[in-house]
Design a protein around this ligand. Structure first.
Ligand SMILES: [Zn+2]
Length: 463
């Protein structure tokens, strides 16, 4: 069957997908209750910085950081290639990425995203070291249950974006930052006011080579104006992954193009004599899994047990998020849905399980925020949920699933004076990256969900 792009393809910055629906109206009494819950949630989310134990305690890097030849201060370029599933780096010839791997430090079995494995929650976790329950970006689209305001990928109001991203930490501590696109970078917080010179507004039509050249241009500035923290974002291969799934020649092509951009960056830095001075950290935000129309669960098939209204369902797939109206028993809704799903009478029902958010596995860290809807469904790898059956045939790719699925893993590849050459480390969660970059740039990190000891396990010490 020919692959047909799904209608909701893509949630990279370039190609937003609609996931949300209008929030139900709240009564005054329930608003007060929510307000109190919210205040408590915000307070506790900062106090309870819950941590997931590292998969393995890696040994420290061997040696010390190499001295800088040309730069007067350390520099980090943090690059995101959206939807770069772990393993894509072996799909075709990627000589430049492999040069970074061979002469740098990388996660042998990939970088673990946070749940939900979606673009905005993960980019902001990388930038803040916080789980979505703490940084507040709990989905790509969501309504605020108190105000009814809606967060979208164009929302730059600081009220949505909690925590302290790297560029704010930098600005507050007198370290120059430049963001050539990153979710949250256009939000004015602390001393960071997104200055034109260092913080271009997101424009998905800017060609990738132009973005790389802009990053290189910053290294021509006088030393006191040269940024030490730089971010660079590419929408690919997420864009292609949604359309054709992870196993398609279009992905191989997109990955080779990202490799070319890495090659362009390396060559540009080499021409300035700065390549060995700059720490390059190449990551993705999540992986990608193939989806097809035989792997669907239709919520309207649950009608004999419970009739789910469309406006209760805030997002369907792969993150099923439900907020029933006030007065309904939440445990009752979960129980009836699970009874139907387990009855054998709902197609693929056995691949979806519903939870009260407080009963989700604690490793997901997805309950301690009032913005998270009270009922969450976890669907098996590669399955999707829809309100009702339609005639469209769709095969493509998706992400947003449980972050324990290997298909959701992405890459961590780092090269530079602070990274030991040819070293592989165990997989770790992306909330560790904030402390790693803070350590390289000698910044005092804001409180976060990463481990204070992690940078010591992955970085070469300064002296
Ligand atoms: Zn993404």
């Amino acid at each position: 069957m020919a692959a047909v792009p799904p209608s909701d393809a893509g949630d990279s910055l370039l190609s937003p997908s609609g996931a949300g629906r209008a929030p139900p109206r709240k009564s005054c009494a329930s608003r007060l209750h929510l307000l109190l819950t919210a205040a408590l949630a915000v307070a506790t989310s900062y106090l309870l910085l819950l941590r997931t134990p590292l998969p393995a305690a890696p040994a420290a890097a061997v040696g010390i950081a190499r001295p800088l030849a040309k730069l007067s201060k350390p520099a980090v370029i943090l690059i995101s290639s959206d939807g770069f599933r772990f393993g894509y780096q072996h799909k075709g010839p990627t000589p430049h990425i492999h040069r970074l791997i061979e002469n740098g430090t990388s996660a042998a079995t990939g970088l673990i995203p946070v749940f939900p494995t979606l673009t905005f929650p993960n980019h902001y976790s990388i930038a803040t070291g916080l789980y979505p329950s703490s940084h507040g970006i709990i989905n790509n689209y969501f309504p605020d249950p108190i105000s009814g305001d809606r967060f979208t990928m164009d929302s730059h109001d600081p009220k949505w974006w909690l925590g302290e991203p790297l560029w704010v930490t930098a600005a507050d501590q007198g370290v120059q930052a430049a963001t050539y696109f990153w979710p949250g970078s256009e939000v004015k917080k602390g001393s960071w006011d997104c200055p034109d010179k260092y913080c271009p507004h997101y424009n998905g039509s800017v060609p990738f080579d132009e973005r790389v050249d802009a990053i290189l241009g910053y290294f021509d500035l006088p030393s006191d104006e040269m940024p030490q923290l730089l971010t660079l974002y590419f929408e690919d291969p997420d864009h292609q992954g949604h359309q054709v799934g992870p196993d398609d020649p279009a992905i191989t092509e997109a990955v080779e193009r990202i490799d070319e951009m890495i090659g362009r960056l390396i060559a540009g830095l080499e021409a300035k004599g700065m390549f060995e001075d700059v720490n390059i950290i190449l990551v993705g935000d999540h992986g990608m899994v193939g989806t097809c129309d035989q792997k669907l669960v239709f919520l309207d098939e649950l009608a004999p047990w419970i009739e789910l209204k469309e406006d209760w369902v805030l997002s369907t797939t792969p993150l099923l998020a439900i907020r029933p109206p006030d007065g309904m028993s939440l445990p009752d809704v979960v129980a009836k849905m699970n009874e139907g799903l387990g009855s054998g009478k709902v197609e693929n029902g056995e691949y979806l399980r519903m939870y009260l958010k407080d009963d989700l596995p604690s490793r997901l860290h997805y309950s301690e925020n009032y913005r998270i809807p009270p009922i969450i469904g976890l669907v098996e790898d590669g399955y999707k949920v829809e309100m009702k059956r339609s005639n469209k045939c769709e095969c493509g790719g998706a992400h947003g699933y449980d972050n324990a699925f290997f298909s959701m893993r992405t890459i961590f590849i780092a090269h530079g004076p602070h990274f030991e050459a040819g070293r592989m480390v165990a997989s770790f969660e992306n909330v560790e990256i904030y402390n790693v970059i803070s350590s390289i740039l000698k910044m005092k990190p804001a409180p976060n969900n990463g481990s204070a000891s992690f940078p010591g396990t992955i970085l070469l010490p300064s002296e």
